[in-house]
Write a protein that binds this ligand. Sequence first.
Ligand code: SDX
Length: 429
Amino acid sequence: MEQTVKIILDGRTYEFPIIEGTEGERAIDIRNLRKETGLITLDPSYPNTGSCKSSITFMDGERGILRYRGIPIEQLAEQSSFTETAYLLINGELPTRQELNRFSVMLNDHSLVHEDMRHFFENFPRRAHPMGILSSMVNALRAFYPELQERTEEEEIDITFTRLLSKVRTMAAMSYKISLGHRVVYPRYDLTYCANFLNMMFDSPVRPYVIDPDLVQALNVFWILHADHEQNCSTAAVRLVGSARVNLYAAISAGICALWGPLHGGANQAVVEMLMEIQAAGGELEPFLARAKDRDDPFRLMGFGHRVYKTYDPRAKIMKRTAHRVLAKQKRRDPLLEIALRLEEVALTDPYFVEHNLYPNVDFYSGIVLRAMGIPLNMFPVMFAIGRLPGWISQWKESVDDPGWRVHRPRQIYVGQGKRDYVPLEQRG
Ligand code: SDX
């Protein structure tokens, strides 16, 4: 028996169906609300609004659960690789050995960037933020790789996805090398996806980069943890822009721009900047906690809080463990990790953070892992973007494949001026 909700308005009763998801989450299906009642709903920043049904990622914010295509993030982080997880998100199933090998070969086949694109990189100001460069260059990919005519729809889509996954990684490393005025390092056929990235970032003619398997493993885990997160801000941007039937590159470019924000993917950079500020101020936490709790102060404790998780972000637990593991293998200490650990300990016992359900999120420890790899601070959001690519691609594909696909167009409640006449210039004050 279908469950419904009733709205009684002006003496009339309207009924709307309740739909239930795989894990028991429920929603009122209001797609006919305005047609039947003349009403719309109002939900600024959408905390109560579902934009779609999706089969890709399940999150439970109260229990701290995250699963990609039903597989818990903890198992994927422990046993999978980033390329295998990307395949799972995009195709819905873990690949067979043959499918994984074919995917890896395609990633390598499409890892080069058109040589003419280098002129774009070389002409950005050296101080340009890598996220601005990345979103521009992803958009530019469309010009260099127009719709492939001679391939089948399926084959063309697969190549487009693989091209994007592979080239974005190459472009990120290329942008870094060019920003230093160093020679660009090309991808190598004999290296895995993550090892190739580290090699392209850090190999040099004077000091060949020695690939550290611990850092390669840490990068796999880092990118697995970032690979998707249901309808977050940047994924919602990809779906919304994509709903106008733009090409994938344009939709992904919009997602990169949304992710750049310090409240979203830019937080990993902001966390380290905050920890460095605390370190420079002598390590005293109290002033920063006081500012975070002051409603008149826009300062937020970066890396803390989440729209969905009202408990510890399951990714943060794994990222924290990875940070400890990498530094231990390197026999190094990072003073910023020690500040972060103290900050977490104090915040989690502070009534303000407890009452507001504020816990570390994925960004709180991720910067420590990136620092251990030698990634420059302003590339931290780019690292998030590369990781999130499979999620954006799979969400875009799911919306494109939806037979009910319509352009996204929210409504509003107008609260401006009532009707009034134009006043000629000479009659104005
Ligand atoms: C990501 O959505 C996703 O899935 C995102 C993401 C993904 O994988 O795609 O998980 C990645 O973006 C993680 C979040 C990274 N951002 C940060 O770490 C920035 C710091 N965090 C906050 O800005 C905030 O917690 C947000 C943006 C993450 C969530 O914001 P909400 O849900 O809109 O919460 P809010 O701003 O409405 O705050 C609710 C209350 C407020 O206090 P009151 O006015 O109700 O008294 O909590 C307070 C806020 O002041 N609060 C914080 C805080 N976060 C919320 N106070 C101090 N420090 C914080 N970090």
